[in-house]
Design a binder for this molecule. Structure first.
Ligand SMILES: [Zn+2]
Length: 304
């Protein structure tokens, strides 16, 4: 439905979204046995609700939940959190990078991979909850053959439905290649949001991606604060000063207990709207900040 972003509680008017974080995880569970993923598991509706309340109290209004197929997605949980807090939640369908793909991925035909996504768009995980964005992901410095197939399925679904595309770029890499692949498949880069671009620590690269017409997500804010957030603030200020403010999105991708206050971590979801915002407003205007946190998401998630 063009012009109406799809949330877990149904379509809303684009103006309702307000201040939006473009890439977070609220309930998530990587499906790998490794010990290290225990910290990456968020499975308490109670605790996540508390965290989302902190976000709301700081002025937050919408969260885009980027947990795709086979990554511990809990769409009923997202709907419950949205009902309890009044915060809009947009969730996704799509495939993660190769490491996190479902074990059945390679056995499926291209047609089946496409149909799985279309099926989600009709209602996810057996419910009436619909995704508002489609995910694709790539590995460090390469696009694995499986990831190419996922990109093809995602492009096809996007072209058919108009639902925007948001990606995982491992440590920020391969954003340019993703744009090239999607463009070759007929996708307008204006409907692509490239994730984790700040992790590249390369401002010129970020500008190049914008020059290609894509949107970029600065979404590891607050995760490596001491040394990196000053860099991020500088990166955002440079992007704005070079005329790319209409293509920048913010988030923290805080899918880890260690980052969320309600789970005993720090700095918490509100950090971007408190500390980071203060630092940023020394370099960019409030209208640029609002453009990045309100206007860009409103345009992108309504498919305009
Ligand atoms: Zn993520």
């Amino acid at each position: 439905m063009k012009g109406f972003p799809m949330t877990v509680l149904g379509p809303v008017s684009a103006n309702a979204l307000g201040v939006t974080y473009a890439h977070e995880h609220l309930l998530v569970k990587p499906q790998l046995e490794d010990e290290k993923y225990v910290d990456y598991t968020l499975d308490s509706v109670e605790k996540t609700t508390e965290e989302v309340e902190f976000f709301k109290a700081a002025g937050g209004e919408t969260i885009v939940e980027m947990t795709p197929i086979h990554y511990g997605r809990d769409v009923a949980g997202y709907a419950e959190i949205s009902k309890r807090t009044g915060v809009h939640i947009i969730c996704c369908t799509g495939y993660h990078k190769k490491l996190f793909m479902p074990p059945w991925f390679s056995e499926k035909t291209d047609e089946a991979l496409y149909k799985i996504l279309m099926n989600d768009i009709g209602g996810m995980d057996g419910m009436r909850i619909r995704p508002g964005v489609i995910k694709a992901g790539t590995s460090l410095n390469e696009i694995a053959p499986e990831e190419s197939r996922a990109i093809e399925a995602v492009a096809r679904v996007h072209l058919e439905t108009g639902i925007p595309i948001s990606t995982h770029c491992e440590r920020g890499t391969m954003g340019d290649e993703q744009v090239k692949r999607f463009k070759a498949l007929g996708v307008d880069p204006a409907h692509i949001l490239l994730g984790h671009i700040d992790s590249s620590l390369d401002v010129e690269y970020a500008c190049r991606l914008c020059e290609m017409g894509a949107n970029i997500c600065i979404d590891h804010i607050g995760r490596e604060r001491a040394d990196r957030d000053a860099f991020r603030v500088g990166m955002i200020a440079t992007l704005v000063s070079r005329g790319y403010g209409g293509q920048v999105f913010l988030s923290g991708d805080m899918g880890k207990k260690n980052y969320l206050q309600a789970y005993g971590g720090t700095p918490g979801l509100r950090y971007i709207l408190t500390d980071l915002k203060s630092a940023l407003l020394e370099k960019i205007s409030i209208s640029d900040f609002e453009r990045i946190t309100i206007e860009n998401p409103r345009r992108f998630f309504s498919g305009e």
